[in-house]
Design a protein. Sequence first.
Length: 433
Amino acid sequence: MSRPDRRDVLTRLALAGGALIMPGLACIPDEPAIERPRTSRWFVFYYLMGGWDLSLLTEPAVKTPDYDVQYDPDDIFEVGGHRFGPAMRPLEPYMDRMGIVRGIKCEALNHPQARFQMVSGHFRKPFTPVTTSVQSHIALAYGQGYPLPNLSTNIMRPAVFLGDLEHQYAPLRVASVDDLRRLTSVRGKPAAYARRIQQTIAERDAAFAKTHGAPLAREFATYADLARTIARSDFARRIGEPQPPRFDQTRRVRHDNRYGRMAHLAVEVVRRDLAPVITVGSGEFDSHNKHSYATHRMRVERGMETIAAICEGLADSPAPDGGTLLDHTTIVVTSEFSREPWINELGGKHHWAANSMLLIGNGVNHGGDGPRVFGECDDRQFPQPIDPATGRKDGRGADELLVPHALATVLAIAGLDPRKHLDVDPIAELIAG
């Protein structure tokens, strides 16, 4: 039997009847204060899906016949001795707690395989099973006491992969804080809740059997278990009455648009300690033709402004044991690959094998007065050989820096042994001692 896909769990739970998933929380008392956290570590993953143009970010360049950029040379700026493209401006206030992996060579340039490797560190060969993502590994390590240890915005494609872990470590896909609140809009005791779900299962089975001749009860069993788990847990008390978004709005990221809602979701999940892992992002960066590439800079900048809003919201939230929530959160930012340096035959940019990853916050060995940068590309955006263990750029040990090295670093920052999941060592230079 295949494992149920939980990405539309909110819709399916809603099928159990209006008495179960309803707007508002009239039956749940407001939470007067954030309860004691189960963990002191949280992890936020932000993906700009589709392939970002690195010249806007970590590989700034001047326009030449062989290198096309969407900005003027004056838009390039420097922090801590490193040059950045204009899209990095929103993150400038947080560069003193940032690590950057540059010159990552992508082994896959088609979206499905590249996205698979982006979240798992593995190159998926045809007909091989889905393996476990970095998010699910971290959720397993930190999420034992959570009813929903792994959350993801519902627009992510993919969110994260489960592999052979138990279903409770799969990502629950939601759109906003309001979606999380509706999960707790339950009337009656858990036993009554379970009976109503089983009744809905029977009704769906009967309707489905008339058309297809196959029952759905086994597919819905996981959702019934999840519903009972949530109803028995302290989730309702933790979500309580959410605070308004804790970031200054920009022209592109507003409190009432989907980018602002993603930032609000990420901050509130951490602030209320609803899950140790939350994945957010957007998927609109594939820019093969002139029309789509014309707005690429704006879309990348909007993504970076959303990440800055998450940083701002966490930095503005005191942690229970001192400091701020940004001090206790690791933010991971990347895409599946990048855009080639030159304009193609369609007036846009095709896929390119260079990439970068941004690491912000807890566990990151930053540079003090700016980001700590590891790896590099040449002036035509080709990743350069480097020894991931020592940073040596020549001689013995110099090799390609790959996606598994970057994800092994994330696992090591989380305190996990990356060798158990990936056959590479982490980048020690980017891990705080």
